[in-house]
Design a binder for this molecule. Sequence first.
Ligand SMILES: C[S@@+](CC[C@H](N)C(=O)[O-])C[C@H]1O[C@@H](n2cnc3c(N)ncnc32)[C@H](O)[C@@H]1O
Length: 158
Amino acid sequence: MHRIAAGGTVLDLACGSGRHALLCRARGHPVVAVDRDTASVAALAATDAGIEVVRADLEGAPWPLGARTFAAVIVVNYLWRPLLPRIVDAVAERGVLLYETFAVGNERYGRPRNPDFLLREGELRDLAAERFEVLVCEHGVEGEPPSAVRQRLCAVRR
Ligand SMILES: C[S@@+](CC[C@H](N)C(=O)[O-])C[C@H]1O[C@@H](n2cnc3c(N)ncnc32)[C@H](O)[C@@H]1O
C-alpha cells in the first residue's frame, strides 16, 4: 500500500464489508467502494465523507464507473473474468493494482471449486504483463494445515 500515491483515490471493487476501504481510509485515501450489497459500507460512509459508495451489479449491468481511473484498485476474494479488462483500465498511470483471490487447486480444500471463480496459474501476471511492472506475484497453498490455494498480485501501471 505504500506504493499508492499519497491522497490518491482507491477503488475497492466488490468491497463487501469494506475492510480494505477502511485500511485505505486509515492511510488517508479517499475510497470508492463498489458492491451489489452495500449495506455495511453505506454504514461506514454515513460517518465518513471519504467513502463513496457505488451500489452496482458488476456482472449483470454495465461497468458503473465509466472512464474513471484510480491511484489504486483493490480486488480481494472476487473474480468475474469479463471484468478483468475494465479493472486494468481503471488503474491510473503509476497506479497500483492489488488483486488476490482463490486459484486452481483450491478445489482440494473447499469453496470456491468452480473453475470460473479460480485464477489459473499465472493469470494475474499475464493480465498485468503488458502495462504494469509486477512487484509481487504469488500462487500457492495457504495455511498450516493447508486450507486454500490463492494467487496475489501487486503491480504498478507503467
Ligand atoms: C467474498 S466477498 C469479498 C469482499 C471483500 N473484497 C473482502 O475481501 O472482504 C465477495 C463480494 O463480492 C460481491 N459480489 C458478488 N457478486 C457481485 C456482483 N455481481 N456485483 C457486485 N458485487 C458482487 C459480494 O456482494 C461480496 O461482497
